[in-house]
Design a protein around this ligand. Structure first.
Ligand code: SAH
Length: 423
């Protein structure tokens, strides 16, 4: 069976022959070792990341003989292969992608984002160009009495903001397109409300397998960065900070090769505290989101056993010390579980934790499933929770579930194939 130990040598050698995942310096070495001039490295780099070719033969900048030589040496581009596509009524597409060793991961395309990945109604990374939202664009702000302004999307309430907070103007929905990418096959963190946890962790993804997911989706969707904007969120299967080196290498290749600015990327961590400090020291890095999900140690420890290793005090210390860039804000995600962590008292505890920080909160009503021992709170409860945070001056958003009908929403990625409409 794929992915077993018996296969792992073969798997490693296959991964080792992939051009995807290699830096410009590494591809230059590949060229030089074949007696080619150094600039062939740049040509390979452009073909793999900028053009995103599927096969070696398509690298038209290289002489035919060198293409043949690379193939003889066993080199391959190394893109994951789309095994299934699940298309949601809301336009979200969940891709099941096969890797070289037969393992699979999932990648999600959200044409309009989810109203929360950047946390403020603008697309991730657009905070440098925020403006007051105006009625008539997709988002509108309806003033209410007191300190709270309501943000509406398609007629329904998606955000509550402290009055006069700037939000992005989403006049062009294409600008909000978001790819949610996986960082591991499965996950080791074992959050009690997450389906991916049921898989356990099978292995880390290579940098090339992370970038490869994005390359495949960009090709499928006909999106060409940097001319066309796209947001990347490292919020799929796995815990990126438990595959830190490969995740960061993928970021670098996306920035330098694919042309996605780091400011349009967000990584979410369950709270691997030492890596939060490391991440803060990176010269080039995405924005940071932290999965809080519990307002005190007893609660958080119950739903995220990881809290016993790094408790809320340690987590919040790292968050407070995190060096934010100009206009950057930290995001806290909070999955609302009915009757567990969604009461007014817990909202007030979250306020105390986040108070004074340059941060926003994304609330996610649980995406439910038969295997999970939790229920989804109704909208009134979610809004009541949100209002408490907003009244305390904390920008707070409710993430709209995207692609729940195809098991593509937050926490639902576990390789489900037993549903229509697969293509
Ligand atoms: N491992 C990282 C990246 C995954 S991001 C992390 O934990 O942050 C996925 C987000 O979805 C996290 O904020 C997680 O708390 C949330 N989530 C997990 N299961 C969920 C579910 N069933 N319903 C709603 N959100 C969920």
């Amino acid at each position: 069976m794929a992915g077993t130990n018996a296969n792992s040598d073969l798997a490693n050698s296959r991964l080792g022959n992939s051009l995807l995942g290699r830096s410009l310096a590494e591809l230059t070495t590949v060229a030089l070792e074949s007696g080619q001039p150094a600039y062939r490295g740049q040509q390979l780099f452009d073909a793999v990341y900028r053009q995103r070719v599927e096969r070696l033969e398509q690298v038209s900048t290289l002489p035919l003989e060198y293409r043949a030589q690379l193939a003889e040496q066993g080199w391959r581009i190394g893109l994951p292969v789309v095994e299934r596509r699940f298309v949601s009524g809301d336009g979200t597409v969940r891709y099941l992608m096969a890797l070289a060793d037969g393992e699979t991961v999932e990648t999600v395309w959200m044409p309009e984002g989810d109203g929360g990945e950047s946390g403020d109604g603008s697309e991730a990374g657009d905070e440098n160009s925020t403006q007051y939202a105006v009625p008539g664009t997709q988002y509108s702000v309806a003033s209410t009495q007191g300190p709270v302004a309501e943000v509406q999307f398609g007629g329904s309430l998606v955000g509550l903001l402290p009055h006069r907070t700037k939000i992005g103007c989403a006049a062009d929905p294409g600008r909000r397109a978001t790819i949610c990418v996986s960082s591991q096959v499965g996950c080791a963190v074992n959050c009690k409300f997450c389906f991916t946890a049921l898989l356990g962790v099978r292995r880390n993804l290579e940098a090339g397998e992370i970038v490869g997911q994005i390359a495949v989706v960009l090709r499928e969707q006909g999106v060409e960065p940097p001319m066309q904007r796209v947001n990347i969120v490292f919020m799929g299967m796995g815990e990126p900070f438990l595959n830190y080196e490969n995740f960061m290498k993928a970021v670098q290749l996306l920035v330098e090769g694919v042309g996605v600015p780091e400011s349009r990327m967000t990584v979410s961590t369950a709270g691997i505290v030492p890596r939060i400090y490391d991440f803060g020291r990176e010269a080039v890095r995405p924005k940071l989101a932290i999965s809080l999900n519990g307002s005190n140690d007893a609660l958080r420890g119950e739903v995220m056993p990881l809290n016993r290793k790094w408790n809320i005090a340690e987590l919040m210390k790292a968050a407070r010390e995190f060096p934010l860039r100009t206009r950057e804000r930290l995001t806290f995600e909070y999955v609302l579980l009915e009757g567990v962590n969604d009461a007014a008292e817990q909202a007030r505890e979250v306020v105390e934790l986040v108070r004074g920080m340059r941060a926003k909160v994304n609330l996610i009503a649980l995406n439910p499933g038969a295997e999970l021992p939790y229920r989804t709170p109704d909208e009134d409860r979610v809004t009541a929770f949100q209002r408490i945070l907003v009244a305390a001056g904390i920008p707070t958003f409710v993430r709209r579930p995207r692609g729940r009908d195809i098991f593509a929403a937050c926490g639902q990625l576990k390789g489900t194939v037993e549903i229509a409409p697969a293509q």
